[in-house]
Design a protein around this ligand. Structure first.
Ligand code: ADP
Ligand code: ZN
Length: 206
């Protein structure tokens, strides 16, 4: 970690990405960086994907420990582009995994014109596979921090999002929205992460 993500060559902007599983502290870290930028008297604008309505506080970024900063909810990177004011020096975007791939172009043009861009997002989905535009953002960033949660099963560092439907591990091909069933997510390590596949189920039946 380069001094909590801060990186400057003195002339241009840059992109810093905070990634990791749910509960790994991405929002906490984003809020911390935004607070420090405000203390440094920078003009900061904060956005978050509208898809995440955690704690119903959609005009705030809430971390799981209850800290908040004001954020503007958006559905698309184009909305962010329209809302950015010319004198803004720092742009922070939370829940970036839900945004369209044009978020990469947005972050790149902002950094090219001198803006510090802080992007936070979950880099892998419940299957453990790359999530949305996060892989591209990681590739174009100057600074990347991958955070870990604590595995709720064994206490090891957690690098996977365990999706549970009706209390059981969600299958690989489970639809994104499951009507009428209770869904939950847990932080787990690789060993405790479970994503049953249909072919594995058949093998077990033999
Ligand atoms: P993220 O944005 O990555 O989902 P947050 O910043 O919102 O994470 O929340 C991080 C906080 O969540 C931790 O400081 C801790 O208080 C809490 N927490 C709850 N469950 C876990 C867990 N399994 N591992 C680590 N932290 C957890
Ligand atoms: Zn574990």
């Amino acid at each position: 970690m380069i001094s909590d993500g801060y990186y400057s060559n003195g002339t241009s902007g840059w992109i810093e990405v905070i990634c990791g599983v749910m509960f790994s502290g991405k929002s906490e870290e984003l809020i911390r960086r935004v607070r420090r930028a405000i203390i440094a008297r920078k003009k900061v604008q904060v956005f978050k994907s509208h898809l995440d309505e955690r704690y119903a506080g959609i005009y705030h970024i809430s971390s799981h420990d209850g800290r908040t900063v004001e954020a503007v909810p958006v559905d698309t990177p184009e909305q962010i582009a329209q809302l950015i004011e010319p004198d803004t020096q720092v742009v922070a975007i939370d829940e970036a995994q839900f945004l369209a791939p044009t978020v990469v172009d947005l972050a790149t043009s902002l950094a090219n014109r001198g803006t510090r861009v802080i992007v936070a997002g979950t880099d892998s989905d419940f299957r453990g596979e790359p999530f949305g535009a996060m892989p591209q953002l990681l590739a174009v960033a100057e600074v990347v921090d991958k955070l870990h949660a604590i595995c709720v099963i064994c206490g090891s560092p957690a690098s996977r999002n365990q999706r549970l439907i009706g209390g059981k591990p969600a299958r690989y091909d489970s639809p994104t929205i499951m009507v009428g069933s209770t869904e939950a997510y847990e932080a787990r390590c690789r060993a405790c992460h479970s994503v049953p596949r249909r072919d594995e189920d058949q093998v077990r039946l033999l």
